[in-house]
Design a protein around this ligand. Structure first.
Ligand code: GTP
Ligand code: MG
Length: 195
């Protein structure tokens, strides 16, 4: 896809702040530090559109990025960051529930997992929620550049098995560093919009 424009519309914490129109949205879910914000930058060829950080818990709000004035990527705050205080975990839960359960614009949720690690309990919960609600169930295995080529298949098999993915479910390895997997991912995104 040719990116003509990519801009942040709002960092929202409340439903009233969400954009009020009917542009379709694809949300990115996954653990803190898995690479959600980096993936948005990769997809739109912008190094600093979405803020990233080497310490987990960077994205704390629901960030709406509008692409070509046609659709939005929605960067969700990550889960599983142990150091977050109880009160903010509760707030995170409410914020995620509100967006994921009520948002009419939402047409798909991509689940991101780190290719180096087996999915966590929270990853499994998230993925079963995604499938339960009838989304495509696309999983993106991030940080592909961090493992040796010979280890790829083994890691992908672990992810498939642990998330109970079906054989037709898509698991796509991507690196925001080397850009490997980017074009393949865009193909799936374009197909989602065609339906
Ligand atoms: P939260 O906002 O905390 O939920 O994290 P996030 O999922 O948005 O992660 P973010 O994109 O901020 O990336 C976390 C760290 O991982 C940063 O230091 C990134 O540079 C690094 N990172 C992300 N993707 C990749 C990748 O594909 N390869 C490598 N080597 N590093 C990556
Ligand atoms: Mg982030």
């Amino acid at each position: 896809m040719k990116i003509k424009s990519a801009e942040i519309i709002i960092s929202a914490v409340k439903e009233e702040q969400y954009p009020q129109d009917d542009l379709p949205e694809i949300a990115l879910a996954g653990r803190s530090n898995v690479g959600k914000s980096s993936l948005i930058n990769l997809l739109v060829n912008r190094r600093k559109l979405a803020r990233t950080s080497s310490s987990p818990g960077k994205t704390q709000t629901i960030n709406f990025y509008e692409i070509n004035k046609q659709f939005r990527f929605v960067d969700l705050p990550g889960y599983g960051y142990a150091k977050v205080a109880k009160a903010s975990k509760k707030q995170w839960g409410k914020m995620m529930d509100t967006y994921l359960n009520n948002r009419k614009n939402l047409i798909d949720v991509f689940q991101l997992v780190d290719i180096r690690h087996a999915p966590t309990q929270q990853d499994k919960h998230m993925y079963s929620w995604i499938k339960h609600f009838g989304f495509n169930g696309i999983v993106i295995a991030t940080k592909l550049d961090k493992i040796k080529r010979g280890q790829r298949q083994k890691q992908l098999n672990i992810i498939r098995k642990e998330l109970c993915m079906e054989s037709e479910d898509i698991l796509l390895p991507v690196s925001s560093d080397t850009r490997e997997g980017k074009e393949e991912l865009w193909q799936f995104i374009t197909e989602i919009f065609k339906v």
